[in-house]
Design a protein around this ligand. Structure first.
Ligand SMILES: *[C@@H]1O[C@H](CO)[C@@H](O)[C@H](O)[C@H]1NC(C)=O
Ligand SMILES: *[C@@H]1O[C@H](CO)[C@@H](O)[C@H](O)[C@H]1NC(C)=O
Ligand SMILES: *[C@@H]1O[C@H](CO)[C@@H](O)[C@H](O)[C@H]1NC(C)=O
Ligand SMILES: *[C@@H]1O[C@H](CO)[C@@H](O)[C@H](O)[C@H]1NC(C)=O
Length: 373
């Protein structure tokens, strides 16, 4: 008995201290089919999966909380962050897992920048790094010095922080939606301004933001090794950056086969690990998840098709959970107006299994290139 206990302590210690050798959760319980997450006022705008410890993380947008859930056992914990959770100034939208670091990142951004449709761009923003091994906050980075610096440099208030991505050195890059800018945060949590557009595009009569403000440009970011990719609504191109370049300078890539009159409007942009960086999923905030393909690390790109949503929520994010791919349903109009506190009284949030249609689009694209799956 004692031996057995000792063995279980030793083996548990071993598992906790070193990443499982299997790639991207192949040791995790498999999952397939749609599921609901049932939790009062979850309103998950972003979610991701810790493929080391086999736990899903769902953002609680309006409460600025995060629900950590074991989808196999149902065990769940609501994570709260002092000064942020329950503070109506913040929304927790972007959620992103970095496997190399065993870190989950939470974007605690200024909800008012979005609910005001980009008109009020003065609120504070934070990035939280969560240590999935120790189950605690590693650091919270304050992004106010970044927006103040941009204001001093350009005279404009940039804001609307959303998603983030890491380079191979473990630095994190987080982008703004109103005014193109990227803040870089070192692995130990120190932010600096990495890129900004000196002449931000003014908003026009068409589009999300009323005239006289800054147009909505980027909605998301992902990385493949040291390449950052940001789909842009204004230019309908992918803005790509090399994080090792001395000066951050974008290269613009126009995806081939984009449907006519269709904008490159992507909320979360997500490269599922199962495709090794050759696919990114674009949650289009409207009727589904668009699928993009590149065989040359996003020097060129191709639109493959759309996986339609089958529920009535807004598809704002996708993620690979264990062996499957999921799209969410956010309900930003439950109070009539867009994205306002504290959300409605909804408790059931459906997640759609989009694995088969995405795999089929990828298989068709690679077959065309003579490289079948
Ligand atoms: C999710 O909940 C809804 C409403 O309660 C129910 O109709 C639906 O069958 C559930 N879906 C799944 C996959 O369990
Ligand atoms: C949000 O806050 C409400 C009111 O305090 C609480 O009942 C609910 O459980 C919270 N939900 C989440 C996901 O944080
Ligand atoms: C989704 O919306 C786009 C833009 O309106 C449209 O071109 C496309 O046909 C729609 N797709 C589906 C499956 O509804
Ligand atoms: C949510 O529930 C509260 C308490 O029952 C109620 O006062 C409020 O009107 C409800 N909100 C909506 C949008 O139904």
């Amino acid at each position: 008995m004692l031996l057995k206990i000792l063995f279980s302590i030793v083996s548990t210690g071993f598992v906790a201290a070193s990443p499982a050798p299997q790639q991207h959760g192949s040791h995790c319980p498999p999952i397939s089919g749609d599921f609901n997450v049932t939790y009062f006022r979850l309103y998950s705008e972003g979610f991701d999966y810790d493929s080391i410890h086999c736990k899903a993380y769902f953002g609680g947008n309006f409460n600025a909380t995060v629900l950590k859930k074991d989808l196999a056992t149902g065990e769940e914990t609501l994570l709260k962050f002092p000064g942020i959770s329950g503070n109506p100034v913040y929304h927790v939208s972007g959620i992103e897992f970095n496997r190399a670091q065993g870190a989950m990142y939470f974007s605690a951004n200024n909800g008012g920048a979005f609910s005001s449709k980009g008109v009020d761009r003065t609120g504070p923003n934070h990035l939280i790094k969560w240590d999935t091994y120790q189950d605690k906050v590693a650091w919270v980075a304050d992004l106010s010095p970044i927006t103040a610096e941009i204001h001093a440099l350009t005279g404009y208030e940039f804001n609307g922080f959303q998603d983030m991505a890491q380079d191979l050195a473990g630095n994190t890059y987080i982008m703004t939606a109103f005014g193109h800018s990227i803040a870089k945060i070192t692995p130990d949590g120190k932010p600096s301004l990495w890129y900004y557009n000196k002449n931000p595009t003014p908003s026009s009569d068409v589009g999300f933001v009323p005239p006289g403000n800054l147009a909505l440009g980027w909605n998301g970011i992902f990385s493949i090794d040291n390449t950052l990719v940001l789909p842009d609504v204004i230019t309908s191109k992918l803005w790509t950056f090399d994080t090792t370049a001395k000066i951050a300078a974008p290269k613009l890539v126009a995806p081939k086969n984009l449907p006519i009159n269709s904008k490159l409007a992507c909320d979360r942009s997500y490269p599922p690990p199962m495709f090794n960086g050759e696919i990114f999923l674009c949650s289009n905030d409207f009727n589904g998840t668009a699928v993009y393909y590149s065989s040359d690390c996003w020097k060129s790109a191709e639109y493959l098709g759309l996986v339609p949503s089958k529920y009535d929520g807004i598809p704002t994010a996708s993620a690979q959970i264990s062996n499957s791919l999921y799209s969410n349903n956010e309900y930003l109009f439950d109070l009539g107006l867009f994205d306002i506190q504290p959300g409605g009284n909804r408790s059931v949030f459906p997640f759609q299994d989009i694995t088969s249609p995405v795999k089929a689009l990828y298989a068709a694209a690679t077959a065309k290139k003579g490289n079948p799956l």
